[in-house]
Write a protein that binds this ligand. Structure first.
Ligand code: DX5
Ligand code: ZN
Length: 218
């Protein structure tokens, strides 16, 4: 199975976002990963629904919105209207995980849950039937360009095992510190979608990594 690559726009040039999206699309990106931060769940503020809507206008790629915001259930309609294809919420950011996931799915789009590095798998225990994606954070959310935390590898393996045993159609996405070196162990552990920001947008030849990482999984 070939892995999917979802470049994170967090490290892109925000003054030329449309061109940056085209550039990764032309170089084989499968999805576009949009990091939404609210200044509360994480200290940083990034972008919101208007930027998602602008990106929707320049690409037909699958847009994956990763909400690092408190009470994500209050933002869902706005991102649906902006035209994203999948909304991932952080399990630590809501007291109403089941309700929030049902709300996302009620709009006919896909739903994901993200787990911070210290968050155990059992927080997913009662919501598996609602999931289209599990996102394992391999850095603490809040910024691009951080170092991969190897302690999450056993968690990726355990979630991959769980998905296999359920024979479920659930993507296993890994986000944070993914580069030429860390991609291999993450793919071996069972990831199906890799997010990479700084490694792709950080230097002009970084887009070549999209193809290189896909080759690793063939
Ligand atoms: C971290 C974000 C990630 C981040 C990835 O809070 O969720 O998507 O932008 O960036 P790199 O690949 O630079 O770690
Ligand atoms: Zn992300």
């Amino acid at each position: 199975m070939t892995i999917k690559i979802a470049p994170s726009l967090l490290s892109a040039d925000f003054s030329r976002l449309g061109e940056e999206v085209k550039r990764v699309e032309d170089n084989g990106a499968d999805w576009i990963h949009l990091d939404v931060m609210d200044g509360h769940f994480v200290p940083t503020i990034t972008v919101g629904p208007p930027v998602a809507a602008s990106i929707r206008k320049v690409t037909n790629l699958f847009i994956d919105a990763h909400l690092m915001v408190n009470k994500p259930e209050e933002q869902i309609e706005q991102f649906v209207e902006a035209g994203v294809n999948l909304i991932t919420i952080q399990t630590e950011a809501t007291a109403h995980l089941d309700r929030a996931l049902r709300k996302i799915k009620s709009f006919g789009i896909k739903a994901g849950v993200a787990l911070n590095p210290a968050t155990p798998i059992y927080s997913l225990e009662y919501v598996w039937p609602l999931l289209d994606l599990v996102l394992v954070m391999s850095v603490n959310p809040g910024a691009g360009g951080q170092k991969f935390i190897p302690a999450v590898l056993p968690k990726i393996k355990a979630i991959a095992r769980e998905i296999r045993s359920r024979e479920a159609d659930i993507e296993l996405q890994v986000d944070g510190g993914i580069n030429r070196e860390t991609a291999s162990p993450v793919i071996e552990a069972g990831a199906t979608v890799l997010v990479a920001g700084s490694a792709i947008f950080g230097d002009p030849s970084g887009v070549a990594l999209i193809k290189n990482m896909k080759d690793l999984s063939r």
